[in-house]
Design a protein around this ligand. Structure first.
Ligand code: KIV
Ligand code: ZN
Length: 511
């Protein structure tokens, strides 16, 4: 069976979409998940787009050993030089350059003639090739381009040294049949088409990204560009978990393999959602909470008789734990460590001790601690631990008074550098009052709330509340996360973490 290259662009196309920005530590955490999941290529960012992006591409290139690491670049000398600078230390570096080929983009965005675009594709691919043997060329908005012009551009890119040629459906406009035919057309007409791997990169504006990607493979593409949870511009990109599981579940229709370890899919999905402060829609294919839930009696009956009646995938194949041993206050550190390992977490001794302490605290509040609770504890530990620099204020205690006929009041006591600070404030509800009291003590720079998201980790009224807050200030996002069975406490923790980061950034700027 042919092997399909899985090119993950969660850290570039996914991260550049609104509300999905990540800091360096979070990007490294995602890169580690991707490496463990055994994707073939990690597109770590767009190096020239900001100093922060450059730093994260460079850091990921240095850290990842088992995948190729790519940086995006426009077809310009400076972009390509910067991309190379960022990826050159990678075990397997790739430069991914692109230029638009559709009449609309060439005329209105690039203000270039088709001949100029053709020339730029050739000369800039050749320029990138001087640095790196692994070159990907993308014809942006390919699916709205003239097919014969695409033949010329792809031919020029391959002659100049491109080893992968990507045919993006930039605006999610194409259909499965058209994508299949376009790839087959190019492979047939481009003279040296066998010298490059053809790739598809589909956006999901019409909900067809997965179908279009698979159809592209049927037409001859051997690389799929995708993102974890389908993150990406507008309606997103092709979801990695969907294309991989479709090929695995229907090998007679899609006789292709990947080197992906699918048991890491669930873990990677949770990590990415946790970092961006979202949770999977309940009915999201593969990774939604209802993907394996059977509500209708007729379905439940069938599943009890034989799971295959209504399940085409197994939870085990995605790394969803089906261990029924309930953890509780009598469980020891080894049992917790073992469960965390089975859930896909490789933690340091220090992280393990911290997780175990939080687990014990939770056992006093909740009868049964579920795998979802443990995962939430581990995610909070590994992903959102603050840097020493951003530590700042810590919560000592808080007290709220609220009712539906008086204004809510909150008193908070915070500690910073061994000093206690206490204040009280009114607000429109207990959370607003708590945040106002914190503001009075901390006096953070002016900011707005980009996201205030709260969701329950499991079922039952004693569930953990998981709060994500993203503050916007001066064009930057500051994220804080809190986890507690008390949603006011979780909100205060999340808000404090975000304002501490904002204060650290303000102090740095002033210095
Ligand atoms: O959607 C797109 O066309 C892209 C390219 C830059 C590959 O993301
Ligand atoms: Zn894209």
């Amino acid at each position: 069976m042919d092997q399909i290259v899985i090119f993950d662009t969660t850290l570039r196309d996914g991260e550049q979409s609104p509300g999905c920005s990540m800091n360096l530590k979070e990007k490294i955490e995602v890169a580690r998940c991707l490496e463990k999941m055994r994707v073939d290529v990690i597109e770590a960012g767009f190096a020239i787009s900001s100093p922060g992006d450059f730093e994260s591409v460079k850091t990921i290139a240095g850290a990842v050993k088992d995948c190729c690491v790519a940086s995006l670049a426009r077809a310009s000398v400076l972009d390509i030089d910067t991309a190379w600078d960022a990826v050159k230390e990678a075990a397997e570096p790739r430069i991914h350059l692109f230029i638009a080929t559709s009449p609309l983009h060439m005329e209105y965005k690039l203000k270039m003639t088709p001949d100029e675009v053709l020339e730029a594709a050739a000369t800039m691919t050749a320029h990138a090739k001087k640095y790196c043997s692994n070159i990907e060329f993308s014809a942006e908005d390919a699916t709205r381009s003239d097919w014969d012009f695409l033949v010329k551009v792809v031919d020029a890119a391959i002659r100049a040294g491109a080893t992968t040629v990507n045919i993006p459906d930039t605006v999610g406009y194409t259909t499965p049949e058209e994508m299949r035919d376009l790839i087959a057309y190019l492979r047939e007409r481009v003279p040296d088409s066998d010298k490059a791997i053809f790739s598809v990169h589909c956006h999901n504006d019409l909900g067809l990204a997965t179908a279009n990607s698979l159809a592209g493979v049927v037409g001859g593409a051997r690389q799929i560009e995708c993102t974890v949870n389908g993150l990406g511009e507008r309606a997103g990109n092709t979801a990695l978990e969907e294309v991989v599981m479709a090929m695995r579940t229907r090998p007679q229709i899609y006789p292709y393999t990947t080197r992906l370890d699918t048991t890491q899919i669930s873990r990677a999905s949770r990590t990415v959602y946790n970092i961006i402060g979202q949770s999977a829609p309940l009915n999201k294919p593969i990774v939604g909470r209802n993907a394996f839930a059977h509500e209708a009696g007729i379905h439940q009956h069938g599943v009890l008789a034989d799971k295959r009646t209504y399940e085409i995938l197994t939870p085990e194949s995605l790394g969803i734990s089906v261990d029924n041993i309930v953890l509780g206050k009598h469980s020891g550190k080894h049992a917790v460590a073992d469960r965390l390992r089975k859930l896909g977490y490789t933690l340091t001794q220090e992280e393990l001790v911290a997780c175990f302490e939080e687990f014990k605290v939770l056992c006093d509040k909740k009868k049964n601690v579920t795998d979802a609770d443990l995962e939430a504890i581990a995610e909070h530990r590994t992903v959102t631990e603050e840097t020493a620099e951003a530590e700042g204020y810590r919560l000592d205690w808080f007290s709220v008074h609220t009712s539906n006929f008086t204004t809510a009041t909150c008193t908070v006591s915070l500690t910073k550098d061994g000093e206690k600070h206490e204040d009280v404030c009114l607000g429109d509800g207990p959370i607003d009052a708590a945040f106002n009291a914190i503001d009075k003590i901390v006096r953070p720079a002016e900011h707005t709330f980009d996201i205030y998201n709260i969701h329950s980790i499991s079922e039952g009224k004693d569930t953990l509340g998981d709060v994500t807050i993203k503050l916007m200030s001066g064009g930057r996002t500051y994220t804080g996360k809190g986890l507690s069975t008390d949603i006011i406490e979780a909100s205060i923790t999340a808000y404090l973490k975000a304002v501490n980061k904002l204060c650290a950034a303000t102090a740095k700027k002033e210095a």
